[in-house]
Design a protein. Structure first.
Lengths: 341, 290
């Protein structure tokens, strides 16, 4: 990144930037704390609501572009027997600027972009992506469950972000611009940040202590679809689906109708390969009849099938699945076990 | 894989908003006690004229308020005035479809998926092996081939069901049997025959071995319940059919139909995009998870 793409912002810059954007009518999404101590990205109406005290936002960035539930169509039966079918209206046209997501979550957008725009172009996803400018915050203190580095990321990774912010202890920041969208945003925020001095170095990248080699893991996966390992590795899994819902790259969904007899809506909802019904046929046959088969699918999909199909690992090492699992099922331990065999 | 590759080679993206086209139920045929065939036309006349598909492709059919379900298009692409699907009553959507009347409006998205390799089949003997409602995708292809009869050598249709009552497309089975350019063998499982049944009695693989067709210059297309396919393939191996010349379809559960919702995959293949038609020798390379 050439240094012309670096901008210097004084302490209090975020407040000024958010207020300036809000007064321009831009939708601003930023980290907001909840009573239970979690922090999530949410639309804000003033900069006062924003918190910077978090390792990562609780729910993954994906939900802004691929929401947990959304209406696809609405339908209503007419008196003459015809059915009025309406596409749910497109997302708002106004711009959206997202502050505060982490580099792991923005890297995950690469995975989602591939899924939602190969062969068929998912219009809802694309429209939401197009209206959003993403200002990610580089990580300063990853925790022991973070593992972005072995899966190709970095606490300072710029993949998927339009602007990457390096916050200093005194509240000032260096802003690294990565895309034309990011340039446009910086032009708009000319009063908030100015081009950085040529000697403004980036801070040191914090260490990530977890290591494994996805290529070595894939070699094992290539030969071990049938292996007793899977029964043992999945023994604790209760199939709750938390890991998939919180995963920034998981994208499986269900399509269901909801309504009363004469009108209703068709919705797209997040789904999970951990659920027994996920692949169950109407006949009762289930190609993945037990949790071992489902857990195997999750690991295979992320570290073998997706790389084969789309050229990248479908895991960004955010560590949410490790932190959230109610029974201590640990993907990294499983990968370490695979590596050791 | 089969001709799905040509679909993937196309770099232009098709816009997708999951909005179904409206189709009117023109007629309903009772095939068995729990299988009905629906003849459908698009409510929008332009769509009727523009709609094209190939034998083997499928659609997402929906009863508004119940949801979508995946069925193959069971009519032939050479019959352009309508499409047909045959539906067994097993779950929520299929139950509600069975409750529909002629004139009712349902939703349709498609056609999706790949298709049977008609080019490769040209000039070859064709052996169709079907079981139960597995005749639905074969019926699309059979009529497609019969409408282009000159392009193919000998055609043999081997079809079986558990009982005589479970045979689908009974009128068409008769039509095919009466033609002199098609050989037909119909069978029911032992115990499933009626006093006036004049076909074979025996499981499809057993009847196949007894018939002993030559594998020479022959393409096999086999669709039916997984257990029938499994044993039919044993029999084909015995009879010397190379698995490169055998095609079948997979019927995994689907939601989107276009390679996104993530549930129909077998290994790194999406049944909705790389299938539903698979060459059997390719299927053997995949994890046996279907």
């Amino acid at each position: 990144m050439s240094e012309q793409n670096l901008f210097e912002a004084p302490a209090g810059w975020l407040k000024s930037a958010v207020d300036a954007l809000l007064s321009d009518g831009v939708e601003v999404v930023a980290p907001v704390g909840a009573e239970d101590g979690t922090v999530d990205l949410a639309p804000v109406s003033s900069s006062g609501a924003i918190t910077l005290e978090y390792l990562n936002v609780n729910q993954p960035l994906k939900r802004l572009f691929f929401p947990q539930t959304e209406v696809l169509i609405e339908f209503e039966r007419q008196d003459d027997g015809d059915i009025d079918v309406k596409s749910q209206s497109a997302p708002p046209e106004e711009e959206m600027v997202v502050f505060g997501c982490r580099p792991c979550d923005t890297a995950a957008l690469d995975v989602l972009d591939k899924v939602f725009a190969w062969d068929y172009d998912d219009l809802r996803y694309r429209e939401r992506r197009e209206r959003a400018t993403i200002v990610a915050f580089a990580c300063t203190g990853p925790d022991p469950q973070c593992f972005c580095v072995p899966v190709g990321g970095s606490p300072h990774g710029s993949q998927g972000s339009d602007v990457l912010v390096f916050t200093r202890d005194d509240g000032s920041a260096l802003l690294e611009v990565n895309t034309p969208k990011g340039e446009k945003l910086m032009e708009r925020l000319g009063a908030v940040a100015r081009p950085a001095q040529p000697d403004s170095g980036l801070p040191d990248v914090p260490d990530i202590h977890t290591g494994f080699d996805p290529e070595k893991i894939k070699l094992w996966l290539d030969d071990n679809f049938e292996n007793e390992f899977w029964a043992g590795a999945s023994l604790m899994c209760v199939g709750c689906g938390s890991c998939t819902y919180l995963c920034p790259t998981c994208h499986c969904f269900d399509i269901v109708d909801e309504g009363i007899w004469n009108r209703g809506e068709r919705r797209r909802n997040w789904d999970s390969c951990s659920f027994g019904q996920f692949t169950a046929h109407a006949s009762g046959h289930n190609p993945r009849p037990d949790q071992a088969a489902r857990y195997r699918q999750r690991v295979m999909h992320k570290f073998k099938y997706f790389p084969e199909r789309f050229g990248l690992v479908a895991c960004v090492g955010c560590g949410r699945c490790l932190r959230a699992c109610g029974v201590g099922q640990n993907l990294v331990s499983v990968l370490h076990d695979i590596e050791k065999t | 894989m089969t001709n799905g590759d040509s679909v993937r080679g196309n770099t232009a993206l098709t816009p997708l908003d999951y909005r179904p086209a409206k189709m009117r139920i023109e007629s309903i045929t009772d095939e068995t006690s729990d299988i009905k065939t629906f003849r459908l036309t698009f409510c929008d006349q332009d769509q009727n004229e523009q709609f094209e598909f190939r034998a083997g492709q499928f659609g997402l059919y929906s009863v508004f308020g119940s949801g979508e379900a995946t069925f193959c298009i069971a009519s032939s692409p050479t019959r352009r005035d309508y499409i047909e699907c045959s539906v067994k009553r097993v779950g929520r959507v299929t139950n509600d479809l069975h409750e529909c009347n002629e004139g009712d409006i349902i939703g349709f998205r498609g056609p999706y998926g790949n298709w049977f390799p008609l080019d490769e089949m040209e000039g070859k003997n064709l052996l169709f092996v079907g079981g139960g409602i597995g005749l639905a995708p074969l019926r699309s292809l059979i009529w497609n081939c019969l409408d282009l009869r000159d392009k193919f050598a000998d055609i043999l249709i081997l079809y079986g069901a558990r009982t005589v009552a479970d045979l689908v497309y009974k009128e068409e089975l008769k039509t095919w049997r009466e033609r002199d350019d098609v050989k037909t063998i119909y069978t029911v499982d032992p115990g499933g025959e009626t006093p006036d049944w004049d076909g074979e009695v025996g499981l499809v693989p057993v009847v196949l071995e007894k018939e002993n067709p030559s594998p020479e210059n022959t393409i096999v297309i086999a669709c039916g319940p997984p257990i029938m396919i499994k044993f039919a393939l044993f029999s084909m191996r015995k009879l010397g059919f190379p698995f490169e010349s055998v095609y079948t379809t997979l019927e995994n559960r689907m939601k989107c139909g276009v390679g996104k919702c993530g549930r129909c995959n077998v290994g790194n293949r999406y049944v909705c995009k790389d299938g539903p038609v698979f060459r059997y020798s390719d299927l053997l390379l995949l994890p046996q998870e279907f």
